[in-house]
Design a protein around this ligand. Sequence first.
Ligand code: A3P
Length: 296
Amino acid sequence: ERASSSLYRFPLLPVRGIPLMNHIANSWDTIWAFRPDPSDILIATYPKAGTTWTQEIVDLLLHNGDADACKRAPTPARSPFLEIVSPPPIPSGIDLMKNMDPPRIIKTHLPFQLLPPAFWENKCKTIYVARNAKDNIVSYYHFDCMNKTQPEPGPWEGYISKFMRGELAWGSWYDHVKGYWKEREKRNILYLFYEDMKENPRREVERIMKYLDLSLSDEVISRIVELTSFEIMKENPMANYSCIPTHVFDNSVSPFMRKGQVGDWRNHFTPEQSKMFAEDYDKKMKDVNIPFRSLI
Ligand code: A3P
């Protein structure tokens, strides 16, 4: 099976201490050398923090809320995934970009220190989205169960330990959110929170619009808020990842557009796990004051 198909659960290999899927680690020189155009827009996240949602918002903003224009292709073909070099099902980001005119909406999960330096040399606009740790890990767990190219998640209890030790693909959530937070002023990064986007999507869409130096009508902004609601995106074949064949993204295990809620961790953590996680969290996060919500 492995020989007939290039798809399997990729093992992780460290790149400068960060565990990445082996096809990414094996192409590291190409990724590190990537040079974006100064007009390219970067969306950086730890996996499952709201990347796809933000990609849809930015694409609609760049297309003045034109829903049809943003249905020209599925998300990963419209908005290249930087470090996915090979193999399928997600098209190689760097290959895709060769045939796309800037400004491109580039997705990455790379932690700050692994981001190709040309992004900063070219002063690319960068939107970082952070999601509270407990919902983030719950979402990642379900994703690792359904995405047959990600490492085997194993049982939930052990998954929590791996998350806390930074052993999941793309490494430590704690270091990831801190890395971009510490650089946000110097690098002019727009640092957003999933919980803020849920609480008041219009406010956050407007923040993104201003950051991108765009000025759209109130009516268009309202349309974008509507088109990027969880309910609408879940039904949009160009935004819900139904483009990925079911032997790769097994929707019967868990849909890509799963719940889209804040606080689902309460349905997963036992009180003991929650306590243990919170104590470790406080130690790891004590050197920063990132205003996360929904932890208690
Ligand atoms: P859940 O698993 O909690 O449902 P990413 O795009 O970074 O992989 O993140 C995926 C998570 O964002 C999933 O979370 C998914 O349901 C949620 N999501 C996707 N689109 C959304 C939207 N429009 N509104 C709210 N949540 C959304």
